[in-house]
Design a protein around this ligand. Structure first.
Ligand code: ADP
Length: 514
């Protein structure tokens, strides 16, 4: 009979589920019973696990080949696996005779999975197994299992398992109980989403193949819900679903486990996923604390700089009055001292003003409108008129574009960059060139000077608040470039500098096109 893709997938699923059961329970038995089992049992359990892995390997080759009709599939399966199946049968038979009665319920699970595996390949179930099963019939499969969990295996957390196969769920339950996890099991994707609505989980173990909503659809639903962003989802996948499982990582799965899997592997993957959740939560908490602190700090700077302005203005006025009140002859020294105080007052006042501008740029929403940068430039030059005239600065500007930005912020930007080009001109008289260039989706603007230049290792650092390179001999608050950067970034652009020490600097920034 010709097999459809679906039938082939069903067949694969059945074989894999049985192999998963055999491998899982054999592994559990060999770890749990180590202390009280005769060494021969441990050896048979190891042989059984190895044989199961060999079948797994062989069946992979078989499923990936071009076998498309049932008879050929079964025949080639038996041809390549007959020997291994006989080995497994031998191990199970021997274990039935030698295993201490306390562990027979697990062996019965292995035995029925083996019978299932044999019947998948259409082979009459071996007589000896039928006979041995007499023992198994007296065993209560659902007898409660109490695990003594070694402390080094324990994982703390609440896990949601989504798997439609009862046998898989039972095996997982046993394995997960060993890890000390608090587990809830559901059969469908819909039930998983309902469970997540009801309570919080530290991890979801999600089967790829589910009736109704399949694994990837459930994953997308989980990732679409903002409250569950931090919940790790580990996909349970078969080898032939690997590419789909890898795609699930793109949709936000944390990891995937290929079934059948070793217990230590399952534990390590779950442990790592749950640790990621805790780390995510720690980061969220820290982020929230930082946000609050940041807001407090911004408010503090704003209030402090605002409140400092008024007393500073009074001090300045009073100092001027004191300066004027001295008769010329006797007040020489006092008048010099008052002038010194006044100039320091000016400096402090300009730092406070810059601080206020900087704080406002981070707090107040920009007022975005279409503005002509030519106009911004002429305003900036008017504000800098004194400095331009006193240094005989030459400013040449090409035609500048219109952009969408906050006028005041653009004014700070031009004023600070041109002001710096004048301040840091060195011995030469300042020559400043302002140009713009149209790009695909932005304007590139450049303000070039012939000043003292900046060493390359400082190109980024000069944009940090209060980072000054040239000492107190040149006045400044150390905030001009930080303000310029905030202004450009609020308008959706970037700013940087190119410079050669002693041969001038070019400050470049982009602004989005209208
Ligand atoms: P300041 O108030 O000190 O000018 P800025 O933030 O505007 O603060 O600039 C930071 C530092 O970067 C300045 O102290 C100066 O050392 C350097 N700098 C800024 N612009 C220029 C420039 N055009 N040429 C050379 N150095 C500059």
């Amino acid at each position: 009979m010709h097999l459809t893709l679906f039938q082939l997938a069903e067949f694969r699923h059945r074989v894999r589920s049985d192999l998963n059961q055999i491998l899982g329970y054999a592994e559990l038995l060999s770890i749990d019973g180590q202390a009280e089992m005769p060494p021969s049992c441990i050896a048979f359990l190891n042989d059984l696990q190895n044989a199961t892995r060999r079948i797994l390997h062989t069946s992979q080759w078989l499923f990936n080949g071009d076998v498309s009709d049932e008879a050929t599939l079964r025949a080639s399966a038996l041809e390549s696996m007959g020997g291994i199946l006989r080995d497994m049968e031998h191990c199970i038979g021997a274990l039935l005779n030698e295993l201490p009665p306390a562990h027979l319920s697990d062996l019965q699970r292995i035995q029925s999975a083996f019978i299932g595996l044999r019947s998948s390949f259409d082979q009459p179930v071996i007589e000896s197994l039928h006979v041995s099963r007499g023992i198994a019939r007296t065993i209560d499969v659902d007898e409660p299992y109490s695990a003594t969990v070694p402390t080094d295996l324990r994982i703390q957390g609440r896990l949601l398992v989504v798997d439609d196969s009862e046998a898989n769920r039972q095996l997982l339950d046993r394995q997960l109980m060993e890890f000390g996890l608090d587990v809830e099991m559901v059969e469908t994707g819909e039930a998983a989403l309902e469970a997540m609505e009801r309570q919080q989980f530290d991890c979801v173990l999600l089967d790829m193949m589910l009736p109704g909503m399949d694994g990837p659809t459930v994953l997308k639903a989980i990732r679409g819900q903002p409250d569950w962003i931090g919940v790790p989802v580990v996909m349970l996948s078969a080898l032939d679903e690997l590419s789909e499982a890898a795609r699930c990582i793109d949709f936000g799965a944390t990891d995937y486990i290929i079934r059948p899997t070793e217990r230590s592997f399952l534990r390590a993957k779950l442990h790592s996923a749950i640790r990621q959740k805790y780390l995510y939560e720690d980061c969220q908490k820290l982020g929230r604390v930082l946000e609050v602190k940041n807001e407090e700090l911004k408010r503090f700077v704003m209030v402090a700089s605002h409140d400092l302005q008024a007393p500073l203005r009074t001090i300045e006025t009073n100092l001027r009055a004191i300066q004027n009140s001295f008769p010329e002859s006797e007040g020489e020294t006092s008048s010099v001292l008052a002038a010194d105080c006044l100039s320091r007052c000016h400096r402090m006042s300009s730092i406070v003003q810059d601080l206020l501008v900087y704080a406002r740029l981070g707090q107040v929403e920009p007022f975005i409108e279409v503005i002509e940068l030519d106009w911004v430039l002429s305003e900036a030059m008017a504000n800098l008129q004194e400095a331009i005239e006193s240094t005989n600065a030459q400013i040449v500007a090409g035609s500048l574009p219109c952009v969408e930005a906050d006028f005041k912020q653009m004014l700070y930007l031009f004023q600070n960059l041109i002001g710096n080009a004048i301040k840091y001109a060195g011995m030469a008289s300042p020559q400043i060139l302002i140009e713009s260039e149209e790009r695909a989706d932005s304007w590139l603007l450049a303000i070039r000077d012939n000043g003292i230049g900046i060493e390359e290792d400082q190109w980024q650092r000069i944009f940090e608040p209060f980072h000054r390179l040239h000492g107190d001999s040149i006045p400044g608050s150390g905030l001009g470039l930080a303000i310029a950067q905030r202004a450009v970034e609020q308008a959706g652009g970037k700013i940087w500098v190119n410079s050669v020490r002693g041969a001038g600097s070019t400050f470049l920034f982009t602004l989005p096109k209208l």
